[in-house]
Design a protein around this ligand. Structure first.
Ligand SMILES: [Zn+2]
Ligand SMILES: [Zn+2]
Length: 174
């Protein structure tokens, strides 16, 4: 996902390129997630504006049952990359005031990896669910209720729950 933009940097404001993106990046626990998309690189006064549409496939952890599950994320980006070297003179350019901004490296290579990574994280839901009706975990025994009903609803209770029930009934009878 690295694009050499030396030529585009020499062109006037308004010049553009469209590139197809087909790559991969490490999103979760070092597993490589495929990334596909298309980006328009537009020469603007301070650098290059990247307008892209991307799709990544990654694994999220269900917020109810804590199981990882595959999820496709789609998102659009619009971010400006500033050059670190003047393409005409070869001289270093000062870092932009917005230090968090994206930069083109000193070989005029624009790397989309960090852009796509950040937007993938933003596109992921805050409370991912493996399926809309995920039954989650039993609060008593921790069993995954999607796989099987646990025994807690029957009379077979855990020692802790049994002690708690005893305490409750003892209080009631007072
Ligand atoms: Zn789940
Ligand atoms: Zn249970």
């Amino acid at each position: 996902m690295q694009i050499n933009v030396a030529q585009l940097l020499k062109e006037p404001t308004g010049a553009s390129r469209t590139v197809d993106v087909d790559g991969a990046l490490a999103l979760d626990q070092g597993d490589l997630s495929p990334v596909q998309g298309r980006a328009e690189l537009l020469r603007v006064s301070k650098g290059i504006l990247v307008r892209g549409e991307f799709t990544t496939a990654c694994h999220l952890v269900c917020s109810r049952c804590l199981k990882p599950f595959p999820q496709t994320l789609q998102f659009r980006t619009e971010e400006e990359f500033s050059p670190s070297i003047d393409v005409a003179s070869g001289e270093d350019l000062p870092a932009p005031e917005d230090a968090s901004g994206f930069r083109i490296d000193d070989h005029h290579v624009l790397d989309l990896t960090e852009l796509v990574r950040q937007h993938s994280l933003l596109a992921a839901p805050m409370k991912p669910l493996c399926r809309p009706d995920c039954a989650g975990l039993c609060p008593r025994c921790g069993a995954n209720l999607n796989q099987q009903p646990c025994c807690c609803s029957d009379d077979a209770v855990t020692p802790f729950a049994a002690a708690f029930d005893k305490l409750k009934s003892a209080r009631k009878s007072r």
